[in-house]
Every structure is written in C-alpha cells, then in structure tokens.
Design a protein around this ligand. Structure first.
Ligand SMILES: Nc1ncnc2c1ncn2[C@@H]1O[C@H](COP(=O)(O)OP(=O)(O)OP(=O)(O)O)[C@@H](O)[C@H]1O
Ligand SMILES: [Mg+2]
Length: 394
C-alpha cells in the first residue's frame, strides 16, 4: 500500500479508538491528530503545512457548519480526501455530508469500510505518482565529501543536456553551501526556499517567477542566498517540489551538496538516480563507501546509484577492479583533473570552453546520463584503457 498521510479530528472516544486501531494496521502516517477543530483559520493553516492526503472528521462535533468546514478544507492546495464520521448513519446527515463534498461517510463498525476507503485512496495516489514519474527524471548529484566536484559536474551536465534539446532544470538543494547561484550567474533573487514556503500556490506561473534562464533548454532555481539556510525542507515538502519539477522538465538535476544531509535523505524517495561524485583520495573513497552502504541499507537500490570518479590522478595505486570491488558498485564515469581550465572559466564567469579535455569528458558523461548507454563490457574496457593510458602517460 502506498503510504498515506492522515489528519484526524475526532472527539468521541469510541470513534477515536476504532479509527486508531484500524490505522495501526495500515501503512499511514498521522500528521494531524486532535479532538477538536479549534480555530478554523489556524486549522486550515496546519492542513496547508502538514498536507494530509486524507482528512477524517467527526462531522457533528464541529463548531462551524459542516458544509463550510469541508468546503474550506477542500479548497486548500492539498484537496485531501475527506472522510466524514458519525456514530450513527442517519440518512439525512449522510446526504448533507456528501453534498458538502465529503468523499465518504462512515459510522461504526468502521474497520472494514475505513480500510477500503484508505486502500482506494492509496491506489489512486500511487497511480498519480507513477503517472508523474513517467513525465521526467529527477537526478541527484552528491559530493562524497566536500569539494569532490558535484556542483561543477551538475552544472556542466545540465548545460550540455539543455544544449542537446532537453528541457532541463538545475536545482540547488545544497542548503549549507549552495554555489549554483554564483557559478551560473543567476539573475533571479528568489530561491528554492520561496517555492517551499509557497507550496500551496506552486504552479507554472509562480515557478516562472522564481527561476532564472539564459542558456538554451536550461532553467535554474538557486538555493537561498543567506547560508547556511535556517530552514531545511521536510520529506513532504521535498516530495511536493520534486514531483512538481518532474512534471515540468525532461530532467531535473538536483545538487544535493555533500554527504547524506537531512535534505538529501528527505529527497531520496523522489530521486530516480543519484550520482555520487568522489575523488580518489582515501578519505573521499572511505566516505563514498559509507554512503553507498547507508543508501543500500535504507533500501535505495544500488541500480539507482552511479559512481563518478572526478579529478582522476595521473598515477593510480588501485586497479579499476579493486576499486569497483571495494565500492561494490561499477564506475559510471571518470573525469580528468583539469584545474587550470576550470579556474580560467570561472574567472571569466562562464562554464568550461568546449575545447578542453574535461569539457569533452563532461559532455560524454552528460550524454550517458541522458540514457545513451554504452554496452557494459565496452564500458569496462574503456575504463581500463583510460586508466592504463593515464598510468603510462606519467
Ligand atoms: N575535474 C576537475 N578538475 C579540477 N578541478 C576540479 C574538477 N572538478 C571540480 N574541480 C574544482 O574543485 C573544487 C570543488 O568543486 P565543486 O564546488 O564542484 O565541488 P562540490 O563537490 O560541489 O563541493 P561542495 O562540497 O563544496 O559542494 C572547485 O574549485 C572546482 O573548480
Ligand atoms: Mg557543491
């Protein structure tokens, strides 16, 4: 069952107990739980913030007319499924509740009917989610430890795929040290935080006011200018914003910063593939291994993880096979060390010039990211040759 978020407003003890014992057996998370509605405006604010997908309301215990309350709940951005509860099944009341817009009217014994209603909603949410998934891909770029090159690679990959004709978003979700605003010279003063704080009005036109553009096919949303940001998005907010992005772009490239931050953990469900960027120094490799293990133990399948070796040194103390064995993950791409070209580009306020070797390698990696896959054995041979070339060249 696709896990649902639930809000409860139930005063009568018997109904409260029965609902709780039913929910205990289902895959749900209760985000609002109160005996009384209290102030309606405050309550609606809570619904906007906590975004329950299902609202279970004991209808006759409300201080305001049921019609008014239900209509206001449904008018919010979440438009949850409303289940009206009462301890009797008076036909007139059922009619009133359904006319008011409630999706279900339940009375004891609740268990079987409540279970069925929630399973229906869960299936519906799952289908919507799958439909949205078909729309675009969300790719995370994660630095194994600070400074491995995740931001550099995310920016170049996004720019190249935009140039290739895809509709691409570059989103800076590094709330601690976001650099995309600076590197890509974005003009918009807004950030991901503005989107997060206005999820209830997040639509195409609001989004257009937040993003920057300038390069073909590429739109950018920066992280907050003030660092580190005091606000970190929670899982629901991450899910909401990334689902929105998925619907708007062929590819959303998300800079997740370094290590497994809370933001990254909250985003994981919506990240189809994570590109783990590491250098070959021992601390970075150690951290990479930890991240790979932590992600697999959280159920993030290894097939969704791509290992990228950046700033390849001229001389290697480890063979490719040893490295892949050590990480229990194949190497997706390797990128040469070319600090002077990057330094020159960034000093001019631009991305790498097309003729540098690093730029060429970044572009072929971008093509591969977009789905043009080399055959596996060929990839391995290519990798081995590259390493051999580099070792011989020294
Ligand atoms: N292939 C490369 N060759 C040489 N220098 C590189 C390469 N990739 C990145 N760099 C340099 O390494 C530094 C760190 O890069 P970047 O900011 O992209 O890393 P990051 O992983 O995003 O770091 P942070 O942890 O701060 O977010 C920058 O100065 C960048 O120019
Ligand atoms: Mg970075």
């Amino acid at each position: 069952m696709y896990p649902l978020t639930i809000g409860l407003v139930i005063e009568t003890k018997e109904l409260w107990d029965e609902v709780h014992s039913t929910l205990q057996e289902l895959s749900v998370r209760i985000v609002i739980e109160q005996h009384e509605l209290g102030d309606l405006a405050e309550f609606l604010g809570r619904v906007e913030r906590l975004r329950p997908e299902v609202m279970i309301l004991e209808v006759l215990k409300l201080r305001e007319p049921m019609e008014h309350v239900v209509a206001r709940i449904k008018a919010g951005s979440m438009d949850p499924m409303v289940i009206a509860l009462h301890n009797t099944g008076e036909p007139e009341l059922i009619l009133r509740a359904l006319r008011a817009g409630a999706h279900e009217f339940l009375h004891p014994p609740l268990k079987a009917n409540l279970q069925q209603a929630l399973e229906r909603k869960s299936l519906e949410q799952k289908k919507t989610r799958e439909h949205l998934r078909q729309k675009g891909k969300v790719l995370g770029f994660l630095s194994a430890k600070g400074g491995c090159g995740a931001t550099t690679i995310a920016c170049h990959t996004a720019a190249e795929l935009g140039r290739q004709g895809m509709r691409v978003l570059l989103a800076d979700m590094d709330f601690e040290a976001g650099m995309i605003r600076f590197l890509m010279k974005t003009k918009s003063p807004y950030s991901v935080l503005d989107a997060l704080n206005h999820l209830h009005r997040l639509d195409q036109s609001y989004w257009n006011a937040l993003i920057s553009n300038g390069l073909p096919g590429l739109e950018i949303i920066a992280s907050p200018e003030a660092l580190p940001s005091k606000q970190q998005p929670n899982q629901e907010q991450m899910q909401h914003i990334l689902t929105f992005c998925r619907g708007q772009y062929d590819l959303s490239i998300v800079d997740l910063g370094r290590g497994l931050s809370l933001t990254t953990m909250n985003a994981l469900d919506e990240i189809d593939e994570t590109y783990l960027i590491t250098t070959l120094d021992v601390p970075a490799l150690h951290r990479s291994k930890q991240i790979i293990q932590a992600l697999s133990s959280l159920g993030y399948g290894r097939e969704r993880l791509r290992l990228v070796l950046n700033r390849m040194p001229q001389r290697l103390d480890i063979t490719p096979d040893e490295l892949e064995n050590m990480m229990s993950l194949p190497v997706f791409a390797t990128l040469p060390n070319d600090y002077p070209s990057l330094y020159e580009a960034y000093s001019k306020g631009s991305l790498l010039a097309a003729n540098s070797r690093l730029s060429k390698e970044l572009n072929s990696m971008a093509i591969k990211v977009a789905g043009i896959q080399k055959e596996k054995s060929e990839k391995k041979r290519f990798f081995t040759l590259r390493l051999r070339d580099q070792t011989n060249a020294h």
